[in-house]
Ligand binder design. Structure first.
Ligand code: SF4
Length: 467
């Protein structure tokens, strides 16, 4: 009933437009040509990267991006399915957009990315004013779809259609860019929807990646972030991830190379050796532990033990003079006992991460874990998460305190979000440092003496340049 009522509303508004808003020089309003688009991105860096690539694809075809969605002829939502909350936000946004369509009936709505992949046609049944649904493998075909090119349709979710070498790298800012090196994931973590919505792994060729970085350097980019769900399993012909990193570092003039995300079961010691040799590879590794209990890791399908993880961390810390390690942790996974949770706390104390993303488990329909009994009560999950966050914040504060008195090289990103009197830069270890400065352009790398630190941020002053 509800869906029918909404649909009726759209038809009504279209009719009104036909009567009232014919524009000279264009077709009837609801058939007006698409000239401008607005793109909203939900979720992770992979989505940000896809959004930038999609923007480049659309602008190269003559469409103009606008920040104000009320001026856009095409509204694009690049979506995330990792958590139910992320999907609920998209649905909420789509209902808001419906009002917008009432006022400007020619506006088209495209939902692309993970949620489009997961729901396909069901999305249009759920939110009837959505015009296009393009999954993770098809979103770059959006210009063809809106132009009604042959072999396209408003709903496209089949995998296996990408031309990997035409997918361009994506600028995050005028000085930093994402370069996707591998799409999809071949792992089967039982709680994760990503392999279902992003498909199996497809790697870009090393030549394509190196050429892309060179081009970005020519355009003024100083930092690239090499992206993949699991960068360590990158392989294209005889090039694995350590070799790829070596090539990017030695065959281009890029000043800073970052990468994410790493997987503990695939991270090779050769990666650490390459990082130690190549100063342009930043000493930061995001290495998700998820749990400190082996039985839970096995139930999560992670493919490593806590002991293996600790062995890697030891090798990393021994091999690199300075490194910052961050992680992901989940509490309250099905059947996690109080003792197993304590093992996670103990592992966090031993491993001394610089920072962590911490979550309480929530069921994702379609995953293997959705069939497990979600038997840790919500109140207990909240309690476990709170204690874990408190512990990690204290460790993070202590780790940051160790930076005080050091000179770190910060890539200036802009002004502090809290005060325009301070600039914000990102250190080699991916930590935010705030410092007072006069004029300093975003994109410059400058030495900063760290003077104080809290759990999340470093503070400092511009230091003398070292010779
Ligand atoms: S490695 Fe595991 S958690 Fe990461 S994207 Fe793949 S399945 Fe999901």
């Amino acid at each position: 009933m509800f869906a029918f009522g909404i649909k009726t509303g759209i038809i009504f508004s279209v009719s009104l437009a036909r009567i009232c808003t014919h524009q000279p020089g264009s077709e009837v309003n609801n058939n007006r040509k698409i000239e401008t688009f607005h793109l909203a991105t939900f979720g992770c860096q992979m989505n940000l990267a896809d959004s930038s690539t999609l923007t480049a694809t659309l602008t190269s075809r003559g469409y103009r991006r606008v920040d104000d969605e009320s001026r856009a002829d095409l509204l694009i939502l690049n979506t995330c399915s990792v958590r139910e909350k992320a999907e609920r936000r998209v649905i909420g946004r789509l209902w808001d957009i419906q009002r917008h369509k009432h006022q400007r009936p020619h506006v088209k709505v495209a939902v692309v990315g993970c949620m489009a992949q997961r729901l396909g046609k069901q999305l249009i049944a759920l939110v009837p004013h959505v015009d296009y649904v393009l999954g993770t493998d098809r979103l770059f075909e959006l210009p063809d779809v809106i132009e009604g090119k042959e072999d396209t349709s408003p709903v496209m979710t089949a995998f296996g259609h990408e031309n990997m070498d035409v997918i361009t790298p994506a600028r995050e800012t005028s000085f930093s860019a994402f370069v996707t090196i591998v799409r999809g994931c071949d792992n089967n973590c039982t709680y994760c929807i990503v392999p279902h919505v992003r498909g199996s792994e497809r790697a870009h060729s090393a030549d394509h990646i190196v050429d892309s970085v060179r081009r970005l350097v020519d355009e003024g980019i100083v930092e690239v972030v090499l992206l993949g769900q699991n960068v360590n399993s990158y392989r294209h012909r005889d090039t694995d991830f350590p070799r790829l990193l070596r090539r990017v570092a030695s065959e281009t003039d890029i000043e800073r190379i970052r990468f994410m995300t790493s997987h503990p079961k695939d991270l090779s010691r050769r990666l650490v050796d390459v990082m130690a040799d190549e100063p342009s590879i930043m000493p930061h590794i995001h290495l998700p532990l998820q749990s400190g209990a082996n039985r839970i890791l096995q139930k999560m399908g992670r493919g490593y033990t806590v002991e293996h993880f600790e062995g890697i961390v030891e090798y990393i810390r021994r091999g690199l003079d300075y490194v910052s390690l961050t992680t992901d942790l989940i509490v309250g996974f099905p059947s996690e006992t109080a003792e197993e949770y304590e093992s996670t706390l103990a592992a966090v104390r031993r491993l001394q991460f610089d920072a962590a993303f911490m979550f309480r488990y929530s069921v994702r329909p379609g995953t293997v874990a959705a069939d497990y009994e979600d038997d840790v009560p919500e109140t207990e999950k909240v309690r476990r998460l709170k204690r874990l966050i408190e512990l990690q914040q204290e460790i993070g504060r202590q780790r940051n305190q160790r930076e005080v008195g050091q000179v770190r090289y910060g890539l200036i990103e802009g002004t502090s979000r809290r005060s325009v009197d301070y600039l914000r830069a990102r250190t080699e270890g991916n930590k935010i440092v705030l410092f007072k400065a006069g004029e300093a352009e975003a994109g410059r790398i400058i030495p900063i003496g760290v003077t104080s630190a809290d759990a999340f941020t470093l503070h400092g002053d511009v230091a003398e340049v070292r010779s």
